[in-house]
Design a protein around this ligand. Sequence first.
Ligand code: GAL
Length: 867
Amino acid sequence: MGSGILVGNMLRPDILMLLLLFSLVCSAAASVTYDHRAIMINGQRRILISGSIHYPRSTPEMWPDLVQKAKEGGLDVIQTYVFWNGHEPSQGKYYFEDRYDLVKFIKLVQQAGLYVHLRIGPYVCAEWNFGGFPVWLKYVPGISFRTDNGPFKAAMQKFTEKIVSMMKAEKLFETQGGPIILSQIENEFGPVEWEIGAPGKAYTKWAAQMAVGLDTGVPWIMCKQEDAPDPVIDTCNGFYCENFKPNKDYKPKMWTENWTGWYTEFGGPVPHRPAEDLALSVVRFIQNGGSFVNYYMYHGGTNFGRTAGGPFIATSYDYDAPIDEYGLPREPKWGHLRDLHKAIKLCESALVSVDPTVTSLGNNQEAHVFKSKSGACSAFLANYDTKSSAKVSFGNAQYDLPAWSISILPDCKTVVFNTARLGAQSSQIKMTSVNSAFSWQSYNEETASADDDDATTMVGLWEQVNVTRDVTDYLWYLTDINIDPSEGFLKNGQSPLLTIYSAGHALHVFINGQLSGKYGSCKIMSSTTLIWLIHQLLILNAGTVYGGLENPKLTFSDYIKLGAGINKISLLSVAVGLPNVGTHFETWNAGVLGPVTLKGLNEGTRDLSKQKWSYKIGLKGEALSLHTVSGSSSVEWVKGSLVARKQPLTWYKATFSAPGGNEPLALDMNSMGKGQIWINGQSIGRHWPAYIARGGCGDCSYAGTYTDKKCRTNCGEASQRWYHVPRSWLNSGGNLLVVFDEWGGDPTGISLVKRTTGSVCADIFEGQPTLKSWDMLTSGKINRPKAHLWCPPGQKISQIKFASYGMPQGTCGSFREGSCHAHKSYDAAEKNCIGQESCSVTVAPEVFGGDPCPGNMKKFSVEAVCS
Ligand code: GAL
């Protein structure tokens, strides 16, 4: 035929080939839609398990392994925010390299066979500097953030369009054959809208319309946004979301942030969320009709550089996530959730086909049953009692439910998982020093003064970020005080009182070049001042004051030593991350805004606020780039016995060779005060081990409603002691470590440590449900649970530290024998495990030489040392 595409009756081979290729490419593309029950991929409803991994919070070298561990942990989706201030550091200048290589990250997720949920924001909150907004955005004329404001909407639209078109160009949306199945616009705007009213409502409508208009082909969601306009899906964030209902009954019930722990702030304890409760929260959501759960965070990672928000958010963003800051599975959380995901997937066909039927099984007990027309049946048996276990009847059988737990029965008969019974091992982490002491050199950062050539003089006190534009944490406020020789205090030996009000976040006060408080006299003093002064001395020295996350403001008030004539006042004001949450946080101030007063002069009190102040942005060492290899060689460093220790404003440098092995590395900074760390010019982040965690830490039971204040550690110790050093930042030869400390830390205490597993534990109840019960069902064998133990690659079990079959007590690291103990407990563990990388011990009486206490509920607890 004349068209030339047919040869006889057949398609021409080259055309056939082309069509084949086309269909291959297209077969990967799928539609993404939704209905009341679930997100549908190619028309098929799915139960989707998702986890947040924020690409700039790890290194590209870590990404493949993190994604792989997420896959092995049973995730279907990786969720990430897009970090605007990382991608557009100055207006119109974009950056998508290295840790900000978003396309590379998404393609890695795709290669692993997982989906992506892209939360473009571009407001992200996330404990990230300025909530993800670039600081230049604040200076766009007429702007007001996150409301019905022209300049803001224009900038937000431009960036959102930029990201969407980039994703389209790379064919990354699912409808193009890519992995992105969902996007998000804004982030938790609901509470702000509630506060600001009409302009907030208009902005919500605009944001939804703008996003939908970008025609990505996949659904948009808005989290914590009850009035999310159609077709945008409103979703839930929180520790629990079982009672959440989307705003239309044709939208699926989705949970965008199930908090796996909580963030650490400098000055706060470290939060932990028990794996049993996290698993329970997921099952409660699923049994109530939920079909999408995202763990925030699945890997929290590190706030490298100055990316931490807050203010006062710590450098570690570990979050007690299933994969820890260093990229290793956190056990038992990671393994317990992996088992949970397998159990949920066994129920998927029943779950997606119907809504649950709920029946009461007792005062605090319920069954949620999904029974489809085609005969599939899955059930969830819940016991909400926080103290007692319960025996319930369901179907034709009886089931034991531990306190605060849910059992999963994929066939409505066989229990394969209970949220409170850990099949996964737990582990004890060890931080072991890997280098001999660093050989330090030091360089003294000069105290700036008002007559410095590069200082800019202005009248009055200026807001810090308006001056620095956040290119540095540091701003010097410099002024002179002229003291007349006739001043009374010069003769009677008393000192005037300097009082400084600052909007935050930290302040070092230097009088005539000396950190105040070290040499000051304190003659006129009330008892409260005395208590305050003692407190200040205890937290290093009185010349330094700082706020906290709850209240970043601070007041300095101290008697200072002044002489006749000109006295130099040098205030180093330090920002510790810009706010990331709160209505119009872009208007919040930092720095010394006054008043600044001097009391005890002949004239009474002198107000220094309105006089001339000079400003210097940043430190001299920053201007010289002392953190880099070339910059650090531009000055003379002090060596040997003269190296500074416990001196404020000091730079330290040392070189070291990379340790062998592949265990993750960290710096132990416990002896230091506050400052920043760099390795080979890369910023590890802010350190502040001298900020001791205040608040309550205590016993923590998994049972009962979790809050971020419930299970915390580190009270009375540094909020953050260890600082992650990514292996990929090290050269095999020499490496340059630079530390700037503001506060007089002792660098001789710094060491490089490797993170290893000291020991691993299992804690398995007899008859405890396991996923094996499912396989056994078909083979007809009786299910007997096993304690599984494994050491990380390169380590083997060298010793059984504890083993008891009976009624042992305590937790991993502190197990002890209880009232009943089988005498062959150790033998069984030693026989199976010593010298092995992994081993298992069946939890049944004959393995341990017989039943030590018939009629009692027994378990096997074991702790094995990995070497
Ligand atoms: C949420 C927010 C997240 C993160 C979280 C706390 O409200 O959406 O971005 O800030 O709180 O870690």
